[in-house]
Design a protein around this ligand. Structure first.
Ligand code: ADP
Ligand code: DP6
Ligand code: CO
Length: 360
């Protein structure tokens, strides 16, 4: 009987976050987290903006518990319960070679888990902590419970934790597919190209403000679904076409097309937020100045060389190509100098081999 034994099994995993270049915004089913449109993202390299999660299972544990960055949080929300239930349903027995003891995890019976995620970047600030966090949680629990299912099944489970999380199960360029079957069984992530596909694509993250956003992604998109007419047009008419064009741009490493689509989709996502009642503002003055800066630069060059994208928060992701030459010029030419004030906390994380930009 598993409960009579004294043992603890632990697993630690790391997962990077991802940046959506075609955004997911809106659910068809709140409980299953079924996105109303496909999305495409780039997964960051695991050395940056990562989340680390340790999970443990033991007959000595009396409840499922979670400590987020060392502080205990409630597991009452449906998303954690759904992920736990789904991973548990795929659990298999574990053979401990050293001790020769069989840990009976199948169905998990009355065994409980302890989960300790840590994030080394601001959470709920629009840096997609939920994407890395929930993907890592599902991945580490699946390892702990000796789950045999493949990444695509795990992506469907992570999606029930956070819509953007399904895409972090894969590296490179990923499509987070929307609802096709009623029960969401085929709402999974699909890798479009691996991390080696577009080597000279460099991503810069400018943290314009690390303050927590006022409207979480979950409640923001709920309000948009309820009140915005523009969202229906976006999901049905605009995104399906853009997904095809973006897949083509990625396949051909066509940066001008990639940049045009990325910027247009970021702007339409924020337009949809503005079309929500009451309107949601995720960008601030600094974000707007970054957009003007990039647009002016691209206009003066005649073809897009830089792209920007903003998620549900004022931080900015600027995607570059061939940045080694471009980066210093861009920042010099565009005077990337923002006077520090209470709302401006400009640090920049540079993803790649570039010099880190600090408070320019
Ligand atoms: P973000 O832009 O950071 O993704 P969201 O509003 O989508 O903001 O999600 C933030 C919430 O996601 C946090 O308040 C927390 O509940 C959850 N979250 C973030 N990281 C983790 C993690 N590593 N493990 C579990 N939950 C997490
Ligand atoms: C703007 O995945 O955080 O970053 O599914 O409610 O957890 P929930 O929302 P979340 O929303 C992400 C929104 C976005 C766009 C994207 O990542 O596709
Ligand atoms: Co999120």
């Amino acid at each position: 009987m598993a409960n009579a034994e004294k043992w603890v099994l632990t697993v630690t995993a790391q997962t990077p976050t991802n940046i959506a270049v075609i955004k997911y915004w809106g659910k068809g089913d709140e409980d299953l987290i079924l996105p109303i449109n496909d999305s495409i993202s780039v997964t960051l390299d695991p050395d940056h903006l990562c989340t680390t999660t340790s999970v443990a299972v033991s007959p000595a544990f009396t409840h499922d518990r979670m400590w987020l960055n060392g502080k205990e949080v409630s597991l009452s929300g449906g998303r954690f319960q759904n992920c736990l239930r789904e991973v548990r349903s795929c659990a298999n027995d574990v053979e401990d070679e050293k001790e020769g003891v069989l840990k009976s995890l199948k169905g998990l019976g009355d065994l409980h888990v302890h989960m300790c995620p840590t994030i080394d970047f601001p959470t709920a600030a629009g840096l997609a902590s939920s994407a890395a966090g929930l993907a890592c949680l599902v991945f580490s629990l699946a390892k702990l419970m000796n789950v045999k299912e493949d990444h695509s099944r795990l992506s469907a489970i992570a999606r029930q934790g956070s819509g953007s999380a399904c895409r972090s199960l894969y590296g490179g360029f990923v499509n987070g597919s929307f609802l096709k079957e009623e029960n969401g069984s085929d709402s999974i992530a699909v890798q479009l190209a691996d991390e080696k596909h577009w080597d000279d694509l460099v991503i810069i993250i400018a943290v314009v403000s690390s303050r927590q956003k006022e409207t979480s992604s979950t409640s923001g998109m709920r309000e948009t679904v309820e009140t915005s007419m523009l969202l229906q047009h976006r999901a049905k008419e605009v995104v399906p076409e853009r997904i095809i064009q973006m897949e083509e741009a990625i396949k051909n490493r066509d940066f001008p097309a990639f940049a045009r689509l990325t910027c247009a989709d970021s702007n339409q996502f924020h337009a949809v937020c503005l079309d929500t009642l009451p309107p949601i503002f995720y960008m601030n003055d600094t974000s707007h100045r970054i957009i003007s800066c990039v647009e002016k630069w691209n206009c003066s060059e005649g073809t897009p060389q830089v792209a920007y994208t903003f998620d549900a928060g004022p931080k900015c992701r600027i995607n570059f190509t061939q940045t080694e030459k471009l980066l210093p010029n861009f920042f010099k030419g565009c005077s990337f100098h923002f006077p520090p004030n209470s709302d401006t906390d400009l640090n920049s994380y540079v993803i790649g081999d570039q010099t880190i930009l600090q408070d320019a």
